[in-house]
Design a protein around this ligand. Structure first.
Ligand code: FAD
Length: 478
């Protein structure tokens, strides 16, 4: 990747020796000390095949105590470590840059407790999001977050990236839903913050430091999370809009008219639809062929079937009359609903299949959001495909630039322009994916020097040798 080529390995970190391997094998057992080249190739490479490290070792601890002993040892030897969950991260944070030891959380996947009265789930960090969804389904509950990577990403990774996703509009961010954490610090100290209370104002709420810290402050080992009950009535509509201004007005009206049952408001442009149709198997446009420039997916979640349906239908008629939508369908059953969701959730996969992709995950005031996509298209002309989609309801644009292969000429047209534009419009250069390796040097576009300095001081306090996920999140100068 373009970002890592400029980096040099920090010589303060040791390199692995035979004694290290012997120690880890004694601690974890042979099978959980992975040195096999093929297995390592997979965990050294990120989901996009954009970032590639050269780690010679992956460790698979089975409990917090093992994580603690691993970190204590690595800290004393000054061995750098990268925590890895499902490895679906999109900013190069989950793979080593050089030869960092990979600590993979996948074997820590037990559910510890679930309280049906409060909806509070306590589980280990390596639980895959989709397995939690399936477990809760049987209890009549759902996870308060959902994302296209649910089949692979882990709750510990979700917490560490403060993942947003498709339902944030209704259930809010993980800063609200996570009630407690257990984390292991670089020194090996196990920090118990595993509360299960909605309200607890006893001093600094330290768990929030770890939510979104991307493995730079500690390894999350357990999570306590508030889960909402599964409501009986879910409806999905897929709509076409003529222009971006209509999408934006539609959002405003949806918030007003659908109110408390609005659970998702996603958008994609025609270019994103095109990619999905061309690269994903079995995907088709549910709307009759015609030139639509934008598509909006609206989901409602509520407790009353007939009332919710009436509300949604009345809203659609009203929006049609206002001229905000040019066409639309309401899914008639679960299968239709999931095939509509598949279009939206499949876009990252379609982009990956189409070739190289430069991904930007931006928070931008909704009224200006699509101007950036148009400007980028003008800048790049026919040298690349510019695609816009994302969580419109949360002001979150995924701007993706797709080309046959990574190309420095295209890249210099994109950066720093995209960051300057976002900063000028008071947006965030990372809405939900995090900073990782990709944006560590760009953080000043969205954070003041004072804030970055305080981040660096906190990092230094918690991880004095800087062994946890080096080269990520914080800029080199800090
Ligand atoms: P990884 O990728 O393994 O790691 C991500 C970061 O967290 C790394 O810095 C890693 O070091 C750290 N980490 C992982 N586990 C731990 C732990 N236990 N303790 C400490 N640090 C840890 N993201 C969104 O926010 N919203 C979306 O809608 C969304 N959609 C996506 C769709 C697709 C198809 C894909 C591929 C990705 C999508 N993502 C999305 C990005 C990604 O899935 C999320 O960032 C996810 O939360 C990462 O979880 P993971 O377990 O894969 O973590």
């Amino acid at each position: 990747g373009t970002e890592s080529t400029m980096l040099k390995r920090n010589p303060k970190f040791s390199t692995l020796n035979d004694d290290d391997i012997r120690y880890f094998k004694e601690l974890l057992g042979e099978k959980n000390v992975v040195q096999d080249e093929d297995a390592l190739a997979a965990v050294n490479t990120d989901w996009m095949h954009k970032y590639r490290g050269s780690s010679k070792l992956m460790l698979q601890p089975r409990n917090a105590n093992e994580v603690s002993l691993i970190l204590k040892y690595c800290n004393s030897r000054c061995l750098a470590v990268v925590p890895q969950g499902g490895n679906t991260g999109l900013v190069g944070g989950s793979v080593p840059v050089f030869d960092e030891v990979i600590v993979s959380l996948g074997a820590m996947n037990n559910i510890i407790s679930f309280d049906k009265v409060s909806g509070i789930l306590v589980c280990e960090a390596g639980c895959i999001l989709e397995s939690l969804v399936n477990f809760l389904d049987q209890q009549g509950f759902i996870m308060p977050l959902d994302l296209g990577a649910k089949g692979s990403c882990q709750i510990g990774g979700n917490v560490s990236t403060n993942a947003g996703g498709l339902r944030l509009l209704l259930y809010g961010s993980l800063h609200g839903n996570v009630l407690g954490l257990e984390t292991v610090l670089a020194t090996g100290d196990v920090l118990d913050m595993l509360g299960t209370l909605r309200k607890d104002n006893t001093g600094y709420d330290l768990k929030h430091l770890f939510i979104g810290s991307e493995g730079s402050l500690g390894i999350v080992t357990k999570v306590s999370i508030l889960t909402p009950p599964k409501l009986p009535s879910v409806n999905v509509a897929f709509l076409a809009c003529h222009d971006y201004s209509s999408c934006q007005k539609l959002l405003f009206e949806a918030k007003l008219k659908l109110g408390e049952i609005l659970s998702a408001f996603e958008f994609l442009d025609e270019q994103a639809m095109d990619l999905a149709l061309n690269h994903l198997e079995g995907v088709r446009n549910p709307l009759p062929p015609s030139l639509h420039n934008f598509y909006v997916l609206i989901e409602t979640t509520g407790s009353h079937e007939t009332y919710d349906k009436e509300k949604l239908e009345a809203f659609l008629v009203y929006s049609m009359e206002l001229g905000l939508i040019s066409d639309g369908v309401v899914a008639q059953d679960l299968q239709q609903a999931s095939s509509v969701w598949r279009i939206r959730e499949g876009i990252p996969e379609a982009l990956m299949k189409a070739g190289a992709v430069y991904k930007y995950d931006l928070s931008i005031p909704v009224e200006k959001m699509y101007d950036l996509v148009d400007e980028m298209r003008n800048r790049l002309g026919s040298s690349a495909r510019v695609v816009g989609y994302g969580h419109l309801g949360d002001g979150n644009l995924h701007l993706n630039i797709s080309c046959p292969q990574y190309d420095d000429k295209v890249f210099t047209q994109i950066e720093p322009f995209v960051y300057e534009w976002t900063s000028k419009n008071r947006g965030s250069i990372s809405a939900e994916h995090g900073v990782g390796l990709m944006k560590a040097e760009k953080i000043f576009y969205s954070k003041s020097p004072g804030a970055v300095q305080l981040m660096a001081s906190i990092k230094n306090l918690l991880d004095p040798n800087g062994i946890l996920n080096p080269y990520k999140v914080l800029p080199r100068s800090s």
